[in-house]
Design a protein around this ligand. Structure first.
Ligand code: GAP
Length: 462
């Protein structure tokens, strides 16, 4: 099987597992779905929360130089003009002249192996597009007749405050969370004791009118970003940039992603204000794609906002009294993109006694459930009562799930598929020897453990 076919096959399996086990559902499915939006189910919300908590711990709680904040999704529309989003936040769009399907020109080029990106001008992309037009087919009808590429703005408009605001001056849903940080930089500086260099971190929703939302939760129209903006003296920005690159790469390893599935990719086409930009790419089933962006943004953002709002956003050095606009380096990663990377990285199929076992070998620290408590059989009070007692005790220390439905084999498979590191089985000997069987997800090895030792056992192993 070709690598592409293999990848498509794996994506189908991942999407199916996500639905079957309550990780991710298509939005509004009973109404036929809603393109570009997905919902997290019971397991998905736990995993997403654990991913966010890990990021927050690494980026805020473990750092004395970084603080968190949480800005509103709606902002003064002038923010998006000053940031350059109203005029320049767009993707190149082409339309099939036969079936009128709209696609991203850079994606169609990518599909036929031609490098292009959304930062190119319409003129540049049209030149490459027409050079390769014999290879490019409409993904829907297969015809090869397209309109010229035109920039399509990605900001999502709302009708918030339409009674006061003219429609020509709409309130947008934020296209990236970092603007909420830039406009609060002065507030944070004035209300804390932070001195340069320091960072402000935020997790929150962002919205983009993506022309083609595709590849499951990789590219959606509503998504969550985890962004940190680090403010530095101008002469120190590249040194801090290198440190942040290393720090973020290690954070992804720490969440359990395999090193061989991560690589650096340098931006060749920099946006005009960027000094340098790198992506950390992950090897998704559909190929290497951007997981996280790490950008050196110079003093562009604060300069733009200072000019547009007419306020002084200079930093004053407390020792030399020198005044200047700090430079910014940022790290930005989507929750959904990391979620998909975590699942794809952890997904394994193994043959066990002639049967296929699907297992998510997620790092225990972010697994949705840490310990499953399983009485060997239901309707046997001596088993279920003991199992419930153990559940009541363990749930005070770990996220646990009690399950007495179906055969024990099926319950093990279910826990494997949601990535539960340990299953505790209560059998007929348990009340006699005060012990239970603990099964390890990855090795399937079973240990007999005294009930009184369970908390310590899991504390040591999780
Ligand atoms: N503040 C910088 C910024 O927003 P970006 O490269 O447009 O930069 C940063 O986005 C990250 O946000 C990406 O690396 C990706 O993880 C995530 N992201 C961007 N667009 C997304 C989308 N449509 N769906 C899911 N995640 C997205």
């Amino acid at each position: 099987m070709s690598a592409e076919k293999n990848g498509q096959d794996l994506m189908k399996k991942i999407i199916s597992l996500c639905k079957r086990r309550g990780f991710v559902y298509p939005s509004s499915e009973i109404y036929g779905g809603f393109a570009g939006v997905y919902d997290f189910g019971p397991m998905g919300v736990e995993l997403a929360n654990n991913i966010k908590a890990h990021w927050w711990r690494v980026m805020v709680q473990n750092r004395s130089d970084i603080v968190g904040m949480d800005a509103g999704i709606f902002m003064n529309p002038k923010v998006w003009e000053a940031s350059g989003h109203v005029s320049g936040f767009s993707d190149p769009l082409v339309e099939c002249k036969n079936c009128h399907t709209r696609s991203r020109a850079d994606h169609l080029l990518e599909d036929v192996g031609v490098a292009a990106d959304e930062k190119m001008s319409d003129e540049e992309i049209n030149k490459i597009f027409s050079k390769n037009k014999d290879k490019i087919k409409c993904p829907k009808c297969g015809k090869q007749d397209f309109t010229d590429a035109k920039s399509f703005n990605l900001l999502v408009k709302s009708n918030l405050g339409d009674f006061t605001q003219s429609e020509a001056d709409p309130v947008y849903l934020r296209g990236e969370t970092c603007q909420g940080i830039y406009v609060n930089y002065k507030n944070v500086l004035d209300s804390t004791h932070l001195k340069l260099p320091f960072g402000i971190a935020q997790i929150g929703k962002a919205f983009r009118n993506e022309v083609t939302a595709r590849q499951f939760i990789f590219r959606t129209r509503e998504f969550e970003q985890m962004e940190m903006q680090y403010f530095t003296r101008p002469e120190n920005d590249m040194q801090e940039y290198e440190k942040l690159k290393e720090y973020r790469f290690n954070a992804l390893l720490d969440i359990g992603i395999k090193k061989e599935n991560l690589k650096w990719s340098k931006h060749e086409n920099l946006v005009f204000y960027a000094k340098e930009a790198y992506d950390i790419e992950f090897k998704y089933p559909f190929g290497w794609r951007e997981l996280e962006g790490i950008h050196a943004r110079g003093n562009y953002d604060l300069t733009q906002h200072s000019k547009a709002c007419g306020q002084d956003l200079d930093y004053q050095d407390p020792i030399t009294n020198e005044k200047f606009i700090p430079h910014i380096i940022e790290s930005s990663i989507g929750v959904g993109r990391l979620f998909l990377a975590v699942i794809a990285d952890a997904y394994e199929e193994e043959e066990v006694e002639g049967e296929m076992r699907v297992v998510l070998k997620i790092a225990p620290k972010i697994a949705p459930v840490k310990v499953a408590i399983l009485p060997l059989m239901k309707n046997k009070e001596e088993l279920t009562q003991k199992a419930k007692e153990i559940f009541e005790e363990l749930k005070m220390h770990f996220i646990c799930q009690y399950d007495e439905t179906q055969s024990i084999g099926k319950r093990y498979r279910r826990q494997d598929e949601i990535g539960t590191p340990y299953c505790v089985t209560i059998d007929f000997d348990s009340s006699k020897d005060n012990s239970v069987t603990v099964r390890d997800r990855d090795t399937m090895k079973q240990d007999r453990i005294k009930i009184d030792d369970l908390i310590n056992y899991f504390k040591n192993n999780l």
